[in-house]
Design a protein around this ligand. Structure first.
Ligand SMILES: NS(=O)(=O)c1ccc(NCc2ccco2)cc1
Ligand SMILES: [Zn+2]
Length: 268
């Protein structure tokens, strides 16, 4: 059972187990960190939780790039065009980007787990509270600033909507590369059932690890093919100039202590 460890211990765990971060990370407060293991039988049903209301405009899709942690598809969030409301949220949130986390094998790769079950990958759709803030950067460290939808990926049939994105990846193999990427509707990456989810208060899972996130983790996964996932693994952590190239795999953070938080479910 993961106890609520000291910040030092948590930082040591993160650093030791997670080669991606060499420098120790002093997390702000550190008792609402993500990801977590979702213990289904300990989640609390809340009948007030509404279905997710996403309203994404594919015309706001701008570019896809390799930031050295994952690859991001970025959206124009200068107006309320691609929005998320409903679910556990009281305010309106704007989509700014989505990205994934995955493993070197199909046996692991997700950040959240469900009753300790690992998935080969996890999609994060990142939104910020445009009722309270005027920029993502402000919302990152603000109260109730962010809402991230997590969707688990399983290996199975080919995901037709994902293929346009997979085809763009060879052009951004190295850290820092960017290509134009337009008219992509991220709604195609959501499961058919957007009523059933778990929600809890947590953090970003990469630096700055700020605890401003309302997490919404979908119960239903999406399926992608083995070959599509293999293209994710062809990306590199390293930039073109670096002599030693490192495959972009295992870009997930280890589970963090729940520290007494309640995970609510929108379904029984
Ligand atoms: N994996 S995730 O969904 O929790 C996530 C989402 C977004 C960022 N952004 C990090 C950032 C950039 C500028 C300020 O902050 C980091 C992590
Ligand atoms: Zn993420």
């Amino acid at each position: 059972e993961m106890d609520c460890v000291s910040r030092k211990e948590a930082a040591q765990r993160t650093m030791k187990l997670h080669p991606m971060w060499q420098q120790p990370i002093a997390v702000p407060g550190g008792h609402c960190q993500s990801p977590i293991d979702i213990v289904v039988r300990k989640s609390v049903f809340d009948s007030a939780l509404k279905p997710l209301a996403t309203d994404y405009d594919p015309e706001t899709c701008q570019q896809i790039w390799n930031n050295g942690y994952s690859f991001l598809v970025e959206y124009d969030d200068s107006a309320d065009k691609s929005t998320l409301k409903g679910g556990p949220l009281q305010d309106q949130f704007r989509l700014c980007q989505f990205h994934f986390h995955w493993g070197e094998s199909n046996a692991w790769g997700s950040e959240h787990t469900v009753d300790r079950r690992l998935f080969p990958a996890e999609l994060h759709l990142v939104h910020w509270n445009s009722d309270k803030y005027s920029l993502f950067e402000e919302a990152v460290s603000g109260d109730n600033g962010l809402a991230v939808i997590g969707v688990f990926l399983k290996v199975g049939k080919r995901h037709e909507g994902l293929q346009k994105l997979v085809d763009a990846l060879p052009a951004i193999r190295h850290k820092g590369s960017v290509v134009e990427f337009t008219r992509f509707d991220p709604a195609c990456l959501l499961p058919s059932n957007t009523e059933d989810y778990w929600t809890y208060h947590g953090s970003l899972t990469t630096p700055p690890l700020t605890e401003s996130v309302t997490w919404i983790v979908m119960k239903q996964h999406i399926e992608v093919s083995h070959d599509q996932l293999a293209v994710f693994r062809s990306l590199l952590f390293t930039s073109a100039e670096e002599e030693v190239q490192k495959s972009m795999v295992n870009n997930f953070r280890v589970q963090q202590p729940l520290c007494g938080r309640t995970v609510r479910s929108s379904f029984t």
